[in-house]
Design a protein around this ligand. Sequence first.
Ligand code: ASP
Length: 350
Amino acid sequence: MKRYALAVLFILAGCFPAQAGLPKVLVLATGGTIAGTGATATQTAGYKAAVLPVESLLAAVPQAGELAALTGEQLAQVDSKNMTPAIWLKLAARINKAFAAGEADAVVVTHGTDTMEETAYFLNLTVKSSNTVVLTGAMRPSTALSADGAMNIYNAVAVAADSSSRGRGVLVCLNDQINGARDVAKTNTSTPDTFRSGETGLLGYVQGGKPVYYKATARAHTARTEFDVSVSTALPRVEILYGYAGVSPAAAEALAAAGAEGIVYAGVGNGSVYEELLPALKKAAAAGAAVVRASRTGSGPVTRNGEENDDRDGFVAADNLSPQKARVLLMLALTRTRSPELLQEMFYKY
Ligand code: ASP
């Protein structure tokens, strides 16, 4: 009888590889190309994103079960061109609940690549824990030759499960590279090496199921931010205005008239403003909208009181945040203050 019981135990152990002691990683799926399918194995454009459920994503990577005790949940199913602040709020709430309840030691979010950097920065500012959150996705649909999704999930789980990833802020992991949420951007429309952190550089690599880091995350994030969206059902409306030679004030005036609470100006050079646009931005700021000067160049800080008189006009300089990241920060910052001085402090802190 004893022998029989032992045999049953062994058979069961074989079926369900031991998960005791492994970190609990919750995989929240939101759609994107990683869950996409194409008509043929060679189709890498024009396929349908956000088709496969989280169960299929995990079933494609049984090896990830050796790194963590995995659970999956479908939080949304969208092409990330259709990502919304409402989904951001839902995601932040779910992650904060999972950490507060001890349901998960780390979270992996699967996401479309188009707006992944915005979601990552939003979570970087709203997750209230030093537990690891990693976003991953794919540039090729699951049906493609050399699809990158499965390895990206495996690597993201490896990063999430490793204690050396804690306290670094929200991470983005694709193509064997680990980037920080604040600095990373999608830089190429099509290639798998699209995520880059520009001049500030990546944080590390992941290989053989193990992350290796080369530097720390400098700016305040996660548990060290003042943003609490736990009771938010919507975020302040912030729009982006693009700068170019001879830009007319029409778009700025329309945004102010439409009730934008904040305008991020993706300016030329050092966030410089064309003289015929300046009155419209000054008027918007005087009427109470936050006006943040960012740059369309893709790198370098926007200098406060450099090309423009921010003190006089009530503007805020975006530091080196991209216009789309400056928008995310401004949406959250406006839940705390309308003061240009305090907003400026936040742009230097986060
Ligand atoms: N349009 C897709 C998305 O962002 C692209 C991708 O996931 O790579 O969902």
